[in-house]
Design a binder for this molecule. Sequence first.
Ligand code: NAD
Length: 435
Amino acid sequence: MEQPLEHPWQPTDGEAGTAGADDGGMSENPYAGLVSRLRAAWLSRRTRPLEYRVAQLEALGRFLEEKKQDILEATALDMRKPPFEAEFSEVLLCKNELNEALNNLSRWMKDKHVDKNLATQLDSAFIRKDPYGVVLIIGPWNYPIYLLLVPLIGAIAAGNCVIIKPSELTKNSEKLIEEVLPKYLDKDCFAVVTAGVEETTRLLENKFDYIFFTGSPSVGRIIMTAAAKHLTPVTLELGGKNPCYVSDTCDVQNVARRVVWGRFFNAGQTCIAPEYVLCSVEMQEKLIPALREAITEFYGSEPRNSPDFGRIVGDKQFRRVQALLSSGRVAIGGQTDEKERYIAPTVLVDVKPSDPAMQEEIFGPILIIITVANIDEAIDFINSRERPLVVYAFSSNSKEVNQVLERTSSGGFCGNDTLMHVTLTSLPFGGIGFR
Ligand code: NAD
């Protein structure tokens, strides 16, 4: 049915985004002017045409191309992100997403005509892909460019105006986003706000039409509470504690290399990294030397000196991860250096499910091995905990991989590899909430 679209945020008299007598105190809010400026730009409909969206996306592509070196330098200064990792995760994955949007945008924007019933045969019934309006994107520090730009690409492609708020913990990346990115984008429609907790709290008092947050579950609750005041829809991309089942049938070298890559990439500060392996006692015995060999192959005999191994982002985060080393027994690694915020690629065994390292997301370079009697016990273990962002399963028997897929529930699943599913822009991404 053709109906004029009504937007839930449509301002009523006296609430047009600017200060008014009835604005619930928003006249005092330091960001009210910015939000209403963006809303006015959105209402002017300038972000709607295909050509406009393509031009902004192409400009974002030029930012990635021309400022690649600055991105590598900023992320290296922030957390000694290795250049290969930074180029792959902060630049190439964004370009992938950008190309996907540019290649498909005109198709995505088309109305989708739907089936009709007898009474509506002569009517026109369709789904219109309508932008939300003014979107707030809040990013974390672990992939400070990628996790801001990927949602930004989606928001631009969908015709929104956007405020992006980088993490204040990665100062160099934050500065690059604040000072350089706006030079590429339409300033009337896209803005960067740099803010710590206090300022972000004030920012969140404003009414947005969508909030896209990536970060920890505890802050996720704060974001959802702030959004609830305005009934604003949200996407919360939160943490994960991802299991990795390893069957006895595996090629152990192969598993070790793939698990080491996924776990120690970005010094373990990856929400979809495999956090703990579930395997038999026999497999654990074979896996430990194979993991040691893979770690040496990737990072040398002294990973501290490797240009390919990163650092923990801050002192507080370093101390939190370091404390988790007291769970169970160190089988590989375990060395730390607070001055450098270095924690060696570490494997812990004999960890009890009640130990701190199994009670919280590790978010650092520590892999846990937990032994189980068989695949059923592994699946029960996974299902007895919060649903993970990803479940990994390694087996040379595809029936076993499928069994784990069928009998567990998670945001994503990857068989016989780690992390690689995020390289596919054709796959959706995200978790499925907590139980
Ligand atoms: P965080 O929740 O501490 O911070 C994220 C953002 O929220 C930052 O921009 C920060 O400034 C802001 N923030 C912090 N406290 C706030 C408050 N009280 N009010 C309003 N805003 C506030 O997360 P982090 O430490 O930057 O990132 C690590 C977490 O992010 C981990 O839990 C990790 O698993 C998760 N993460 C999830 C994904 C995903 O896609 N699911 C990706 C990367 C990271």
